[in-house]
Ligand binder design. Structure first.
Ligand code: KIV
Length: 269
């Protein structure tokens, strides 16, 4: 059975919005051309997530990611996957007010082929989403557990555990939708709350750690392919034992070098 979608068509914001109540959307992160090429005709959207600061740059959180770093990785992703709908995750501190957000979004559009940007924040940042959208920037929202709020919130906390918090999340989603976002990531939210959020808006809700009730899912590639060995979040499913496969292969390579079976005569010039 082929896993490649038939009749692959490049996504755009209209098709993404029209997916609501029609077909579930699949988004995956990518940070380079090698992997984006592999995902290009399978995933509906590729997110150049600021999670790369942790998984690629080895930092403890996403907060020190820079716009230039995100632009560099987005250019690599777009080069590997020119047909993909690519979203650049705006890093912490690059959209503190309307003018700064627009200036940085323009830089992204001028220096990359990203189709859209993603910003974290609900009611508190809806005015920024509105300013961006009214200046022709396609914006994906991100509410719920927001990794860029980790220090101000005192950790990564699952949201939607109380009625009050659920009502706040619904208000956040509606504010971001009204501001013009074409979709919203909802992260780390109890599935009962995620269902109510999904039903409250007319744009697709892409869940991560929010149950199967949303309009689509997003996963970080290195998590879902089993490359991150230290810890497996509850919501991650490993589709590959990546770390083990790589380590076994490199181990085999070392053994072959040591016993001189690599390179063989056929592998010589
Ligand atoms: O940075 C990222 O990879 C993300 C996803 C977890 C949604 O924001």
């Amino acid at each position: 059975m082929s896993i490649i979608k038939n009749n692959f068509e490049k996504m755009n914001v209209t098709k993404i919005k029209n997916s609501k109540n029609n077909n579930k959307l699949t988004m995956i992160t990518a940070y380079d051309a090698l992997f984006s090429k592999l995902f290009e005709e399978i995933a509906d959207m590729i997110l150049v997530g600021d999670s790369l600061n942790m998984s690629f740059a080895g930092k403890p959180d996403t907060l020190s990611a820079t716009l230039d770093q995100m632009i560099y990785h987005t250019n690599a992703v777009c080069a590997g996957a020119p047909k993909a709908f690519v979203i650049l995750d705006m890093p912490f501190g690059t959209y503190l007010n309307e003018n700064q957000a627009l200036e940085n979004a323009v830089k992204v559009y001028q220096q990359t082929n990203a189709n859209a940007i993603k910003i974290e924040g609900g009611e508190d940042r809806a005015h920024i989403v509105k300013h961006l959208c009214s200046n022709s920037v396609a914006v994906m929202g991100h509410i719920g557990l927001m990794p860029q709020y980790v220090r101000s919130e005192g950790g990564y906390k699952v949201r939607g555990k109380t009625e009050n918090d659920t009502l706040q999340l619904i208000k956040d989603a509606i504010a971001v939708e009204k501001a013009g976002a074409f979709a919203i990531v909802v992260e780390g939210v109890k599935s009962e709350a995620a269902l109510r959020i999904t039903q409250a808006v007319n744009i697709p809700v892409i869940g991560i750690g929010a149950g199967n009730v949303t309009d689509g899912q997003v996963l970080v590639w290195s998590d879902m392919l089993g490359f991150f060995e230290d810890f497996k979040p509850k919501f991650v499913r490993h589709y590959l034992d990546g770390a083990k496969l790589v380590k076994d292969s490199v181990n085999q390579y070392r053994n072959d070098v040591q016993d001189k079976s690599f390179p063989s005569k056929e592998e010589e010039y």
